[in-house]
Design a binder for this molecule. Structure first.
Ligand code: 4AD
Ligand code: MG
Length: 468
């Protein structure tokens, strides 16, 4: 049967599968379960192309007993057989096996993914195998679809994909949470006369770090190509052991010349709604699975977001609402504070019951590059807050005035000479402009309904963990 065409299992769940009924097809995949009796085995096979398994029916008289014994959960096989309509529930077709080849066994005594449902905590410890489960298959297919939709959204609207460097000498957010990149021998660091490390001898001739954001270089893109977006990994050495923080996460950062804060908010809202709608339209099986298994409100929440306008209000008004509320917060509320997740979630989930965009934050809690308001106290920042998650987007209109920007940098003790290349955007042809950053994994938390950010990326990086 060498000439049989291999079908991916996803194709056997499409409407036009009817054309294949009665013919021979070849399927390759990993065994999810095997059950049956002394006459017949039913094998559920999955090849990763879909959440759905195809059922293989093997009459035992046709197959070698030792071969059949080795077909256990996790084993990889090829099956040639006749595709027939299925009597069983929940599937349209099944395969009557004619020939089975065993590619790889999976010893039932040592293969960790046996039939029973595993906890997400346990699966995190075997992150190299967890993509073979229904849950992670679903999450990672959605992750792919969202990445594709992000490029499509921007490409369709005339944005250019722009690659900011990952290794950098500047701290965009100014929070000092950067991983150092060095080739110096840490057991024998060359020292200068003042006993400090001599970075002149380091690979780049200066101290360098993994970037926390591609924005500063992204602004150079916007000042030349007009509208750009980055989509790449970013790194933060913040010691946050929370279900919403990773040390290595992916960020999407659009940056647009001639956009003010309102244009920026409009883009952010339209962008998120597009992505959620794209997931509803293109990841139906996987989202329905997650809705059934983990979170019965998931689909309702997704539909709610695409069909409602986000509330927009200034930080100062949000503080008033929090102060007037009877709610008891762990961290007490006062003007000037950085809002905690509990405050953000109160506004979104209990007060407005809707996604919220907060603007005009105190300048002390925001980065140096944000446009300063006339009041001298606040900046034209915008954070998009989502149910269950809190902050999903952070952005702002940028300060385009060279004088105001360098004055702020001085206040923050930033060395102007380290940012001379960045300041050239304000020296030469400065323009009003805006941008924001969407945390890719925070978006995925929302779209999949998963509760922990470590479960929406294949190999999470967090404090004391860099296995796999
Ligand atoms: O608010 P942040 O720090 O903003 C910036 O980095 C700006 N330079 C973006 C810009 O204007 N171009 O981060 C942006 C988003 C957050 O809203 C959050 O969704 C996500 O990045 N994020 C994280 N996601 C996972 N783990 C972490 N440790 C994150 N830190 C931020
Ligand atoms: Mg932020």
């Amino acid at each position: 049967m060498d000439t049989i065409k291999r079908e991916e299992i996803v194709n056997l769940f499409k409407d036009n599968v009817k054309e294949l009924i009665g013919s021979d097809v070849r399927i390759k995949g990993w065994v999810r379960t095997k059950r049956g009796n002394k006459n017949v085995s039913f094998i559920a096979l999955n090849d990763g192309s879909t959440i759905n398994n195809i059922q293989i029916v093997a009459e035992l008289t046709n197959f070698d007993e030792t071969l059949m014994k080795k077909i256990t959960t996790g084993a990889c096989i090829r099956v040639d057989g006749k595709l027939v309509e299925s009597m069983g529930q929940g599937q349209n077709v099944e395969l009557q096996a004619k020939e089975i080849e065993l590619y790889g066994e999976a010893d039932p005594n040592t293969y960790p993914l046996q039939k029973k449902g595993h906890s997400l905590e346990f699966l995190r410890e075997i992150a190299h195998l967890r993509p073979r489960t229904n849950t992670f298959g679903a999450v990672l297919r959605i992750r792919h679809n969202m990445a594709f939709a992000i490029h499509k959204y921007f490409n369709d609207r005339g944005f250019f994909y722009w690659n900011s460097p990952l290794i950098t000498a500047s701290d965009c957010e100014g929070a000092g949470e950067m991983f150092q990149v060095t080739t110096l021998n840490l057991d024998n660091v060359p020292l200068k006369d003042d006993k400090k490390a001599d970075y002149n001898q380091d690979f780049f001739g200066k101290s360098t770090f993994l970037t926390v954001s591609g924005q500063l270089e992204g602004e150079l893109g916007a000042m030349s190509l007009g509208k750009i977006y980055t989509f790449g990994p970013t790194f933060r050495a913040e010691n946050s052991n929370t279900p919403r923080h990773l040390a290595e996460f992916w960020m999407i950062e659009p940056e647009m010349a001639f956009y003010d804060i309102t244009d920026n908010m409009d883009l952010a809202e339209d962008f998120i709604k597009y992505l959620v709608q794209y997931a509803l339209d293109n990841c139906k099986d996987d989202i329905e699975f997650l809705n059934k298994m983990y979170d019965n409100e998931l689909i309702n929440r997704l539909q709610f977001v695409v069909s409602h306008s986000f509330v927009r209000l200034p930080y100062t008004k949000a503080i008033d609402i929090l102060l007037e509320s009877k709610h008891k917060f762990d961290v007490p509320v006062s003007w000037g504070m950085d809002l905690q997740s509990e405050h953000e979630r109160f506004l979104v989930e209990q007060h407005f019951k809707c996604p919220v965009i907060l603007t005009d934050y105190p300048k002390e809690i925001k980065a140096f590059y944000m446009k300063q308001n006339e009041d001298g106290k606040t900046v034209r920042a915008m954070d998009v807050l989502f149910p269950e998650i809190g902050e999903i987007i952070g952005g702002s209109e940028r300060e385009e005035s060279f004088e105001k920007l360098t004055k702020r940098m001085k206040e923050l003790d930033m060395k102007e000479e380290n940012y001379s290349w960045y300041l050239d955007t304000r020296r030469f042809g400065a323009a009003p402009h805006s941008g924001f950053g969407l945390g890719f994994e925070r978006l995925l938390l929302f779209v999949t309904g998963m509760a922990n950010i470590r479960d929406v990326i294949p190999f999470p990086r967090f404090p004391k963990n860099a296995t796999f």
